[in-house]
Every structure is written in structure tokens, then in C-alpha cells.
Design a protein around this ligand. Structure first.
Ligand code: URA
Length: 229
């Protein structure tokens, strides 16, 4: 077996071990109401990873991320750039469904974030596309809302990994708003170019990380809340 195949095999088995370790998680209150942990799915060697917010009803039932209406849109957008969900890895900030699909709470994000960071460290994607406010704020470490930062890539260090972070609108939000859908489609079309970059000449972090007044990580956003599921 060559070195690339060996690395791929070890990554897949470490990710499988992480899945097993996370499945009985009781680190937050969501363990009491979930059907199951939704670990994430896709290619352990993916160059492109998507990070959404949290499982909804269907995801909680099936144990897979983005299998409802938002997932169908995500699959269509992927298809338009020549990819399927098996070519990428799809995860979420929270691995368990918040009751009634309410927003994630700060302490739930805190309890769950180590799982996401470990996934990123293992997969080592080149590009991490954050879907909506919660993933964007967590992974950029900045409270600026998605309306201001969507479509603006930035290099970030996440643990041991240097990735190109690419915030885009959450597909569930775009389901209800035509204007947002057009922006999401436009931002999505840049993904092949970002994946093709050798050394990403991204917008310097300082230019992107300019907090909007009153926004905080994990705090209620000043942006309109959408029925995400
Ligand atoms: N919305 C998300 O953020 N994640 C899912 O898995 C499904 C819908």
C-alpha cells in the first residue's frame, strides 16, 4: 500500500473511531431529547467540508445530516458544480437536534465543539464552507453575521489545520427567500475556484473580522431568524 492509501485508511478508521466515541455523548441537555447523534457523513478524504447548524427532525430520525428540504437544495447546488454529497463531508456545529429546532445555545455549542474541531483535524479539508451564522461565527472566532461575511474567504488555523474558511448562507434560509437563494447560488459557483487554489490568497483575516455592533458568538443574532428546517 502506498503512503497516500495508508494515510487515507488511517483517516477513515480514526474518523470511524470518533463516530463511535461521540455516539453515546451526554455532554449537554440535548442527549435527553435526541433520537440519535448525527455525526456527519461523506468522504473522510474530502477537500471540501460543509458545516451546518444542527440536525433537524429528519436528520435526527435518520442519523444523517441534511436529508430534509435544505439538504435537497444543498445536493442540487453541489450537482451544479459537478459534485455529489459523497464527494464532500457534511457536518454540523451541534451533533444533536435541539428540541423544536430552536437555535443552539452557547453552552451546547461549547459542549459540542471539540467533536467538530476533531473532525476537521482528521479530514483536513482544503475548504470549509460554513452554512449560516452559527458555523461561521464558531469557526471564524468572530461574531460578525453571515450577511456581512458571506462569499468572503479567509485563511484560518483550526487546531493543527490551516483551512480556507468560506462562509455562505444556510440553504434552509435560501429556501424561503429568492434573493438569498440567488446569492447562495453565486457564492456556491466560486467553490471550484477556491478548491483549485494552491496557496489561497484570501482576504486577510483582519479585514474580515470586523465585528458588527452588538453581535456575539452564540448570542441571538440581529439578523432575521428563519425557520431553518
Ligand atoms: N440544517 C442544518 O444545519 N443541519 C442539518 O443537518 C440539517 C438542516
Amino acid at each position: 500500500m502506498d503512503a497516500v492509501a495508508a494515510a487515507s485508511e488511517s483517516r477513515a478508521s480514526e474518523l470511524a473511531a470518533l463516530r463511535t466515541a461521540v455516539s453515546p455523548c451526554t455532554a449537554c441537555r440535548l442527549a435527553e431529547t435526541r433520537t440519535q447523534v448525527v455525526f456527519g457523513s461523506g468522504d473522510p478524504d474530502a477537500e471540501l467540508m460543509f458545516v451546518g447548524e444542527a440536525p433537524g427532525f429528519h436528520e435526527d430520525q435518520q442519523g444523517l445530516p441534511f436529508v430534509g428540504a435544505a439538504g435537497k437544495l444543498l445536493e442540487r447546488l453541489l450537482g451544479e458544480i459537478g459534485l455529489t454529497r459523497d464527494d464532500v463531508f457534511i457536518g454540523n456545529v451541534l451533533k444533536c437536534r435541539p428540541p423544536g429546532n430552536r437555535d443552539p445555545l452557547g453552552d451546547e455549542i461549547e459542549a459540542c465543539q471539540a467533536h467538530l474541531f476533531r473532525q476537521i483535524e482528521l479530514i483536513q479539508p482544503r475548504v470549509v464552507a460554513t452554512l449560516g451564522n452559527f458555523a461561521t461565527k464558531l469557526l471564524s472566532g468572530n461574531p460578525t453575521g453571515i450577511t456581512r461575511v458571506h462569499g468572503r474567504e479567509q485563511n484560518v488555523r483550526l487546531g493543527q489545520s490551516e483551512v480556507l474558511l468560506y462562509p455562505i448562507y444556510h440553504p434552509a434560509a435560501a429556501l424561503y427567500t429568492q434573493a438569498m437563494l440567488r446569492v447562495l447560488e453565486e457564492d456556491f459557483r466560486r467553490l471550484p475556484e477556491l478548491l483549485g487554489r494552491q496557496q489561497a490568497p484570501a482576504t486577510p483575516v483582519e479585514e474580515v473580522l470586523e465585528p458588527a455592533h452588538g453581535e456575539e458568538l452564540g448570542a441571538p443574532s440581529t439578523e432575521p431568524q428563519l425557520g431553518l428546517f
